[in-house]
Design a protein. Structure first.
Ligand SMILES: [Zn+2]
Length: 283
């Protein structure tokens, strides 16, 4: 059944992107950079052209205390939370706020702090680029794009040190899956240079099946074709998902909602997909 679904789904993906085999079928490659704003990293331009982005949304206080901090004792101290399932199982790491102006990603990661996985452990780092979230900035303020710095450097720039801390955490916890929550300014289905409403996976058979199942499930409830998700592979080099997939060999996903949709919908899409993928880890 899974295999049949996969072929049907892939056939529905009209794309000019190159394809490579995943899980016995082919998934289009994400050949475009996962950038969301071409001209500036600041939020002003995107806020002006796209009010639906929700950049004036307040970032809620995070619960205290967290399970711990990465880079503890430094100005980049980064809280993480642990959600424990009711039975032994795999470890999943969910990241929000890698890009500070992608509001639905960090809001969804905050909502996920109330999620109780059925088994295993889920670590949530709700605002990886914490200062970028505060400034609603894509970049680590004063530095560069965190999602091009993985696996990072222990003695590098702030973005490289954050990447190194997050990557080391994923490795040290023995995670079998990483999910990073992002947004894009346009729908991939009508503009293949953007990634809105996509699930991007690092090529891996199990990740392919799990992403397909999650995509089919959510798309069944999305009547508007624009809102429906497409499946792509090949997260951009230097991204969290790229490093987790290529270096650690684990299931790795970048989820991208589209800023043109209402914020509430984008948050719910992230929460639902992240939960479905997390529940499939290790399967
Ligand atoms: Zn992003």
């Amino acid at each position: 059944m899974k295999r049949a679904l996969f072929y049907v789904s892939i056939c529905m993906l009209a794309t000019a992107c190159a394809s490579v085999p995943v899980a016995g079928a082919s998934v289009p490659a994400a050949t475009v950079p996962a950038t969301t704003v071409p001209a500036t990293t600041a939020s002003a331009a995107i806020a002006a052209q796209m009010p639906s982005a929700g950049l004036d949304t307040e970032a809620p206080m995070l619960p205290s205390p967290p399970a711990g901090y990465l880079m503890a004792g430094t100005e980049w101290s980064l809280p993480y939370y642990l959600l424990e399932g009711g039975a032994p199982g795999p470890t999943v790491v969910i990241l929000g706020g890698t890009h500070g102006y992608e509001v639905a990603g960090w809001l969804a990661a905050g909502e996920l702090l109330g999620y109780r996985p059925s088994r295993g452990r889920v670590f949530v780092l709700p605002r990886v680029n914490y200062r970028g979230v505060e400034a609603r900035d894509r970049f680590v303020p004063g530095d560069t794009d965190l999602n091009r710095c993985y696996p990072g450097k222990p003695d590098g720039s702030p973005a490289e040190r954050i990447a190194y801390a997050v990557f080391s955490f994923i490795e040290d916890q023995g995670a079998s899956m990483v999910i990073d929550l992002h947004e894009s300014i346009d729908f991939y289905s009508t503009n293949e240079s953007k990634l809105g409403q996509t699930i991007i996976l690092y090529p891996n058979d199990m990740a392919g099946w799990n992403a397909l199942e999650a995509m089919e499930s959510i798309n069944q409830d999305l009547a508007d074709p624009l809102e429906q998700f497409s499946l792509l592979q090949g997260p951009i080099q230097g991204s969290t998902a790229w490093a987790a997939g290529s270096i650690l060999g684990i299931q790795a996903f970048t989820l991208e909602t589209c800023l043109r949709l209402p914020l509430e919908k984008r948050v719910s899409h992230h929460v639902r997909l992240a939960k479905m993928l997390a529940e499939s880890a290790g399967d």
